[in-house]
Design a protein around this ligand. Structure first.
Ligand code: HEC
Ligand code: HEC
Ligand code: HEC
Ligand code: HEC
Ligand code: HEC
Ligand code: HEC
Ligand code: HEC
Ligand code: HEC
Ligand code: HEC
Ligand code: HEC
Length: 324
């Protein structure tokens, strides 16, 4: 009876292992679950004899509290990750049990993927981390009792490998990550799904709107780059310029717009004048305007850079439409 039971578990495990681990990836061959030839499942009670402390600690982890219905057809104790232990329980040889120190990173992920293939882990196989040989056990510690079994708390977990991003979060303008008010996974799904692992189904902007809904509009007068992609002007991790802007004004705006003098105060110049023409037409008044335009932020006049419903937000002594 017991043997039959174990055999069915083994068959179930094998099936799942087969489905979970031997599938050909889209990009490259996926690693397979390691096996222990000739070994059978003996149950946690046997491990207790020699690994008392580990077993006691394990009972307090989420995997130690799994109910049967959660893993139908699978072994749910020590052996669900470490493989069948009959041989090891006899010879006490670390080589006759699955040790995560010995197996490859891909194999380690395959062990976890026996059970974790749904939800956020559905896209794991094709994710940037998986394809870059980052494994579940780089970020999770199966025997820990930390939140989500994380190996380290965020952002340290991520920063240790992403030093360039860490450096940006130290710039003067940054999302409050280093203040502990936000974590990388507020914006990223480490298991990978969308482009650059962002937590959004489609567009980068949708992610930003979750917390900055005022920028969503719809506006009567939209600003094209804002509609297209917030990252054209902002770097979410950090910048030297204020407001997470990739460049200071007016240079930020001058990437796309031509320089112009203040309408109404200018002589012989107008909005959208080419730089060469500007130099040619400099007069005492326009020289003043020229300097003003470079030292004044464009947004001092064009204050609704993200879009507006007001067609004519006027400047003093001027009636023109500024918001657009
Ligand atoms: C009769 C004693 C005994 C039993 C029973 C036993 N082990 Fe071990 N196990 C050992 C010894 C001894 C080592 C080697 C310890 C060392 O190298 O530090 C070891 C090592 C291991 C390792 C490798 C640790 C490493 O350093 O990578 C794992 C994993 C492990 N055991 C899991 C289990 C599991 C799971 C069970 C139950 C199925 C089990 N053991 C049952 C004695 C036992
Ligand atoms: C969810 C998968 C999983 C389960 C279940 C599990 N382990 Fe582990 N075990 C691991 C991983 C992964 C490691 C490598 C270190 C880590 O990630 O914490 C490990 C490490 C170990 C080690 C090596 C010592 C160490 O801390 O590195 C021993 C011994 C061990 N496990 C025994 C057991 C025993 C005994 C049980 C059951 C009481 C068990 N494990 C249940 C995944 C698991
Ligand atoms: C035998 C099936 C099985 C295996 C193998 C397995 N897990 Fe789990 N794991 C579960 C179940 C069931 C839960 C609880 C339900 C859930 O959150 O999905 C869980 C929960 C978790 C959680 C969530 C913890 C929390 O606080 O919400 C993490 C993280 C996790 N597992 C990581 C791993 C890693 C890493 C491995 C491989 C070393 C692994 N699991 C192997 C079945 C498994
Ligand atoms: C690059 C780091 C990283 C890798 C690699 C990784 N995870 Fe996670 N995982 C996380 C973080 C961070 C969270 C917590 C997210 C949160 O708090 O919302 C998490 C959460 C989870 C959860 C909890 C439920 C959920 O979906 O959020 C499970 C289960 C889990 N991971 C399993 C795995 C398994 C299995 C693998 C390998 C196939 C894996 N993880 C690989 C970082 C990682
Ligand atoms: C406020 C949201 C947000 C937070 C918080 C955030 N990111 Fe990002 N991250 C993004 C966006 C948006 C992109 C894509 C940028 C693009 O497409 O131009 C990105 C891209 C990345 C990339 C891809 C390469 C690159 O240099 O752009 C990495 C790696 C990355 N983030 C890591 C992290 C890490 C590590 C943390 C935590 C320290 C973090 N991110 C926190 C929004 C965020
Ligand atoms: C063990 C090292 C390691 C850890 C830990 C790690 N990453 Fe990565 N991550 C990588 C590698 C390697 C890549 C592949 C591309 C690269 O080199 O940037 C990558 C890629 C990414 C990308 C996609 C970059 C792109 O160009 O599409 C994002 C986003 C990212 N990681 C975020 C995170 C977040 C968030 C965490 C923490 C939850 C994290 N990483 C933890 C190593 C790691
Ligand atoms: C999870 C919520 C969240 C998401 C998602 C988010 N932000 Fe933020 N953002 C914040 C918080 C919190 C602040 C700090 C507000 C404060 O200090 O008053 C902030 C501040 C900012 C600032 C002002 C920075 C400064 O120096 O004052 C800009 C610009 C910004 N976010 C742009 C973005 C962009 C672009 C995206 C999408 C890539 C985005 N945010 C996604 C929460 C978020
Ligand atoms: C054409 C460049 C540009 C684009 C694209 C852009 N912004 Fe901005 N953003 C700015 C400038 C300039 C500021 C400086 C303050 C101001 O003038 O509003 C700013 C400031 C901000 C601020 C902080 C100040 C405030 O008003 O709360 C947030 C948050 C913000 N932007 C979010 C977004 C989001 C979300 C998107 C995408 C929907 C986006 N931005 C796209 C140029 C841009
Ligand atoms: C990535 C390119 C790009 C950047 C950077 C950019 N814009 Fe624009 N802007 C556009 C486009 C495209 C339009 C719409 C084209 C048109 O109607 O002439 C536009 C329209 C405008 C208009 C309305 C013009 C009109 O004819 O109604 C104003 C005002 C404006 N932008 C100001 C700014 C300011 C201020 C900045 C800097 C904070 C800025 N833009 C940055 C691309 C950009
Ligand atoms: C002192 C106020 C002021 C400053 C500073 C300013 N503008 Fe203007 N801008 C105006 C006025 C006034 C108009 C004309 C509005 C109208 O005629 O409807 C205008 C028009 C525009 C237009 C529309 C041009 C067209 O052909 O219709 C764009 C684009 C523009 N400005 C971009 C910028 C950029 C980029 C900067 C920064 C280098 C900037 N502005 C600085 C006041 C200003």
């Amino acid at each position: 009876m017991k043997e039959k039971f174990l055999a069915s578990i083994f068959a179930g495990l094998f099936m799942l292992c087969y489905a979970g681990c031997t599938q050909e990836g889209f990009v490259r061959k996926q690693a397979v679950c390691p096996t222990i030839p000739g070994a059978s499942y003996v149950g946690d009670q046997s491990c207790l004899d020699c690994h008392e402390e580990v077993v006691a600690g394990f009972k307090k982890t989420i995997h130690g509290r799994i109910a049967d219905f959660e893993v139908v057809g699978l072994s749910k104790g020590c052996e669900s990750c470490h493989g069948p232990g009959s041989i090891h329980a006899e010879d006490e040889d670390p080589a006759s049990i699955i040790s995560f120190k010995e197996i490859s990173k891909g194999q380690a992920s395959a062990v976890c993927s026996q059970c974790h293939t749904s939800g956020t882990l559905m896209d794991w196989q094709g994710s940037e981390h998986s394809l870059s040989n980052v494994s579940c056990i780089d970020c999770h510690r199966a025997h820990s009792r930390t939140k989500r079994l994380l190996a380290q708390p965020e952002p340290k977990l991520c920063n240790d490998c992403h030093q360039d991003i860490r450096a940006k979060t130290l710039y003067p303008s940054h999302h409050p990550i280093r203040e502990g008010k936000m974590v990388c996974s507020d914006c990223h799904q480490a298991h990978g799904s969308f482009v650059t692992n962002l937590k959004t189904e489609e567009r980068l902007n949708d992610l930003c709107f979750e917390c900055h809904s005022a920028k969503q509009g719809p506006f009567v007068f939209e600003h094209e780059p804002v509609v297209e992609n917030c990252a054209i002007c902002h770097d979410a991790h950090g910048t030297v310029a204020n407001n997470l802007l990739i460049q200071n004004e007016p240079f930020l705006c001058l990437q796309c717009h031509q320089f112009h003098f203040h309408a109404g105060k200018i002589s012989g110049t107008g909005p959208g004048l080419e730089p060469a023409a500007i130099t040619r037409s400099i007069t005492p008044t326009s020289r003043h305007s020229f300097r003003m335009a470079y030292t004044t932020k464009c947004t001092q006049c064009h204050s609704q850079v993200h879009g507006s419903d007001l067609p004519s937000q006027s400047v003093p002594s001027q009636g023109g439409a500024l918001t657009r």
